[in-house]
Write a protein that binds this ligand. Structure first.
Ligand code: GLP
Length: 261
């Protein structure tokens, strides 16, 4: 795992945007795993800004989102499909048929999940998986007790996650209690993982995810087992890390990801 700390949220987000843009330029038919949440809104705004200025071309990129609420149709204002259309897909030249979000309305969730896994496999797997982290330490919606080898499946949301995301629903009672999420194993299969976390309220869970013992109670700890995982933080999110000076030194002197050299 490589940990990169930037002075503030804007700089951390900017770095992740540049890494994604470079990855797409290097491999125009990149398969990109995408995340949702408030943190990603600022990131997608930067990708859109770069695109609008004639930057990156997404016409050959394929995307797979991590998760979707069960029971929300794609057109629902709070679905992750709508989120993605609003913040990215409608604003860059990615082909609609190349974008994938799990089907939260599938009649048979198990079949839909297996199909999602098969689609990822068909394109040769995910090249770069973008990730955020929830307050419970989840990646995607892999809540506590998510098996390290889990695949795309339905997962019940914890009360903490419900509380974190409920304000995003105009009618809080409308928030589903379950979601389809790529599994921890699905995420670990990505060739590279890129976790972006900003803000002081995440510093505790970030420290557990990076420096704590690997446990299914904090699914982000699974990233410690990934051979190519880069974590980009702002100072506030990095505040709970005990080895911060070492991470700074490593990044300055022996960066892992070739993009940093
Ligand atoms: C949701 C998503 C996660 C994301 C998290 C972070 O729970 N399922 O993939 O990491 O939100 O959200 P935020 O950036 O709003 O803190």
């Amino acid at each position: 795992m490589e940990v990169v700390v930037r002075p503030h949220a804007g700089a951390a987000t900017d770095l992740v945007a540049r890494l994604i843009q470079r990855a797409v330029r290097q491999k125009p038919d990149l398969t990109l795993g995408l995340a949702t949440g408030r943190t990603m809104e600022a990131l997608y705004a930067k990708l859109v800004e770069d695109y609008a200025q004639g930057g990156t071309d997404y016409s050959c990129v394929t995307t797979f989102n991590l998760d979707e609420y069960i029971g929300l149709p794609p057109s629902h204002e709070c679905s992750y499909r709508t989120y993605m259309q609003r913040h990215l897909f409608d604003r860059v030249n990615v082909r609609p048929e190349n974008t994938h979000v799990p089907d939260g309305m599938a009649e048979n969730t198990e079949v839909a999940c297996a199909r999602y896994e098969a689609m990822i496999a068909t394109v040769g797997g995910i090249d770069l998986q973008l990730l955020g982290i929830g307050r419970t330490g989840h990646i995607g919606f892999n809540e506590p007790l998510s098996a390290m080898f889990s695949r795309t499946r339905a997962k019940a949301l914890t009360p903490e996650t419900m509380a974190q995301n409920r304000p995003l629903f105009p009618d809080p009672a409308m928030m589903p209690h379950r979601a389809i999420t790529m599994g921890v194993g699905t995420i670990l299969d990505a060739k590279r993982c890129l976790l972006l976390v900003t803000g002081a309220e995440k510093s505790g869970v970030v420290a557990r995810a990076i420096e704590g013992p690997v446990t299914s109670m904090v699914s982000a700890t699974a990233l410690q087992m990934h051979p190519h995982c880069t974590v980009v933080l702002d100072e506030a999110a990095a505040d709970g890390l005990s080895q911060k000076d070492y991470y700074y030194w490593l990044f300055e002197n022996e960066p892992e990801w070739s993009e940093f050299r």
